[in-house]
Design a protein around this ligand. Structure first.
Ligand code: PLP
Length: 379
């Protein structure tokens, strides 16, 4: 089987699984305990925080470990909303955010906040000008993802950050960086980005661990009340084995970014060339997009049927984002890009990993051609 669903999750590095096993077995002390075993865990935690901070070029005290990016996004958005109610109750986001941002904003609306969901263009993009014109006196936060998890669209987050810094320095800026980190360069320092979410399992780390970068000096309302771990923002005993393994994966993701992007970009172009030769197929991924995601539709063809046929041929792909693929309604992201409901309901996402090579792409294309022909003959 060849795994082409890296935007859903990635196979962990061998180093990651070994680290989890070793740290879990040997360093089980609670980092808050005063004895030697606790101290050892505390040191591992400090070291992991330093490694993550170095990978992001930020300060260790700006890193908050969480249980994944869903938690990081909720902590950032609700944490700001609850802390800065005195500044206003208006947030700005886009129509194509991950559910962990979109549903969080919906929840805040039901609690009395107002949210502007910026529309996107045919490539799934919002512009800094759109963000600027949506700003109000009572806007407290803007949240825009770096790379869209369904289509690979790359939002101009550096430009939005620069605009906010200049025009509205009091408005905070959150970026969901989950699909961008390790694939595209992004400097947080001086960027105008105040909050930045990451998830380990999209970077070949373990599931259930992530981080939130919180710019120094920024205060958030914690979602969890408890023992005050992670600077009071994320109470609960720290998951040391996963955090240590996450730090390793993050360092590798950062160090290999340029080579990975070049390799994935070349494979993606090969895949796109092959897909373009297939009749009736619509490419939904814009020309300028992240190097690891290709999304296409076969209007009129059931995406799930194609997915399972490809699975029979030896390939794991996705119908869209993993967390939405069990829903039957058309993709909210594709509808927002102006695609027809038919196209939005028949999407397939192929997401590449650094272990793939040209031959993997060629055999996938051959299997796709065969599967499509089989499905068309059944119509
Ligand atoms: N944000 C984006 C863009 C994602 O792709 C995902 C994962 O699907 C998440 C957030 C949520 O990450 P996690 O699975 O760590 O909660």
């Amino acid at each position: 089987m060849i795994y082409f669903d890296h935007a859903a999750t990635t196979p962990p590095y061998k180093e990651v699984t070994e680290t989890v096993a070793e740290v879990m077995g040997r360093h089980y002390g609670n980092p808050s305990s005063l004895h030697r075993l606790g101290e050892e865990s505390g040191k591992l935690l400090d070291k992991a925080r330093e490694v993550c901070a170095a990978a992001l070029s930020v300060k260790p005290r700006e890193i908050v470990f969480t249980g994944g990016a869903t938690e990081s996004n909720n902590t950032a958005i609700k944490g700001v909303a609850l802390q800065y109610t005195n500044r206003g109750k208006h947030l700005i986001t886009t129509e194509t955010e991950h559910p962990s941002v979109h549903e969080c904003c919906k929840q805040l609306e039901s609690w009395g906040w107002e949210v502007t969901y910026l529309p996107v263009d045919a490539d799934g993009l919002v512009s800094p000008e759109q963000v600027q014109s949506a700003l109000r006196q009572d806007t407290v936060l803007v949240s825009v993802m770096h790379v869209n998890n369904e289509t690979g669209t790359v939002q101009p987050v550096a430009e939005i950050g620069a605009m906010l810094k200049e025009k509205a320095p009091r408005v905070l800026f959150h970026v969901d960086g989950v699909q961008g980190f390790g694939k595209l360069p992004l400097a947080l320092d001086g960027s105008g980005i105040d909050l930045y979410s990451l998830s380990a399992h999209k970077l070949r780390g373990p599931k259930g661990v992530g981080l939130l970068y919180v710019r120094e000096g920024l205060k958030l309302s914690p979602l969890l009340a408890g023992g005050g771990q992670e600077g009071g923002l994320r109470s609960g005993t720290e998951n040391i084995p996963y955090i240590v393994a996450f730090a390793k994966a993050l360092r590798l993701a950062r160090e290999g970014q340029a080579d990975r992007a070049a390799k994935l970009g070349a494979l993606k172009n090969r895949l796109l060339r092959g897909l373009m030769a297939l009749p009736e197929l619509l490419i939904n991924t814009p020309a300028a997009s992240a190097p690891h995601i290709v999304h296409f539709s076969y209007p009129g063809m059931k995406a799930e049927a194609l997915l399972h046929m490809l699975e029979e041929e030896g390939f794991f792909v996705s119908t869209r984002s993993a967390c939405s693929s069990r829903r039957s309604e058309p993709s909210r992201v594709l509808l927002a890009m102006g695609k027809s409901p038919e196209a939005a309901a028949s999407g397939i996402r192929i997401s590449l990993g650094e272990e793939h090579d040209e031959q993997d792409i060629d055999v996938l294309l051959a299997a796709l051609k065969k599967s499509v022909q089989r499905l068309q003959s059944l119509r």
